[in-house]
Design a protein around this ligand. Structure first.
Ligand SMILES: N[C@@H](CCC(=O)N[C@@H](CS)C(=O)NCC(=O)O)C(=O)O
Ligand SMILES: N[C@@H](CCC(=O)N[C@@H](CS)C(=O)NCC(=O)O)C(=O)O
Ligand code: FES
Lengths: 104, 104
């Protein structure tokens, strides 16, 4: 579908992409982590996109199996949610991923 | 107001009260913490209460200064949100509060 193609292009063209909701603390945690690490994230606030928000969330589920926010991509690769991202960070695996993504 | 009186009575009559939203991970964290500690929490899922949800959230803000969820009370005392509750837990202050509340 067109929305699927849009998402695929967005995540391959941008090193860090976060599908988020403005009221959600898990989404905030992920956004501030990237900020703290100096990684520039392209953020889509699904609750501020009118009808397109729920549509995007549904297509993201089809693409990634994940229906929740935050939904995080680095270097075109689906990372997961807040817990997954924090886990990678604590294991020292997040920053190498970020460097590799920005370097491309 | 009537809603204010209802909340005051609810939190004084019940040892642990959590105003929550079903989709919210911060709310889930707080609910599972109480479960893990064997504390029975009375939970109100504001997103499942129709028009009363937003009304309750507004009155809670008036009463506690907090407009977010989760909104936690123990022994009739306003505790705060997820972060506040976890902080008390890590400081060893939560369980004494819970014991005191159940004992009354
Ligand atoms: N373990 C996941 C939890 C994700 C989750 O449950 N997200 C909630 C918000 S915190 C959600 O998307 N709920 C459904 C919705 O908002 O549409 C993570 O760490 O990201
Ligand atoms: N630091 C607070 C954050 C609370 C917060 O921002 N809650 C969000 C959901 S995670 C909220 O209530 N957003 C507005 C809403 O859902 O009405 C806590 O630990 O509870
Ligand atoms: S909505 Fe509360 S943590 Fe996501």
């Amino acid at each position: 579908s067109r929305l699927e193609e849009t998402i695929k292009k967005t995540v391959s063209d941008n090193p860090v992409v976060v599908y988020s909701k403005t009221w959600c603390s898990y989404s905030s945690e992920v956004k501030s982590l990237f900020k703290k690490l100096g990684a520039e994230a392209l953020v889509f606030e699904l609750d501020e996109m009118g009808a397109q928000g729920p549509q995007l969330q549904k297509v993201l589920e089809r693409l990634t199996g994940q229906h929740t926010v935050p939904n995080v991509f680095i270097g075109g690769q689906h990372i997961g949610g807040c817990t997954d991202t924090l886990k990678l960070y604590r294991n020292g695996e997040l920053e190498p991923l970020l460097s590799k993504a920005k370097a491309k």
